[in-house]
Design a protein around this ligand. Structure first.
Ligand SMILES: [Zn+2]
Length: 149
């Protein structure tokens, strides 16, 4: 079993870091678009920068190529990174990446909920004179205290 040169691992990790940066850049554009659509009048939040999305994609592509070189070696070198060992090496990275993806997913969920919450707020509610409970527009009785509206 040939030993994997340290530089190749470095290239592999560098590729992975680039890829993660690319994903973050790419997603940051997504989130700025989401917040922009949520509040289009707030121009100081800035128009979403689509340049970042392109840079993000380039980062991901370069990262992918670097990871490939790191894993398989430059063309014809013949040494293939031991997948078992690589998995062991990358464990903390994979866990970090998994956590990040979970964060991103829960962020998407939060954005989704914020957008929906805004829509809900636009529904007309009637405030009860007795307990200040908010009731649906067509409600006959307060759902909080039962008083006739
Ligand atoms: Zn009430």
């Amino acid at each position: 079993m040939a030993k994997i040169p340290q530089e190749r691992k470095f290239i592999y990790y560098l590729g992975m870091i680039l890829m993660i940066l690319g994903v973050i850049l790419f997603l940051s554009v997504f989130f700025s678009v989401a917040s922009f659509m949520k509040n289009p009048t707030m121009l100081f939040g800035g128009m979403p920068s689509f340049g970042n999305a392109i840079i993000g994609m380039i980062f991901m592509m370069i990262g992918g190529v670097l990871m490939n070189i790191g894993a398989k070696g430059a063309a014809g070198s013949g040494i293939i990174l031991d997948p078992e060992k690589a998995r062991e090496d990358l464990k903390p990275f994979n866990e970090a990446k998994g956590g990040m993806i979970n964060d991103v997913v829960s962020n998407i969920d939060v954005v989704d909920r914020l957008v929906n919450a805004r829509e809900e707020k636009e529904v007309i509610k009637i405030k009860c004179r007795n307990c200040a409970c908010l009731n649906d527009e067509d409600a006959k009785f307060c759902k909080g205290c039962g008083q006739e509206l």
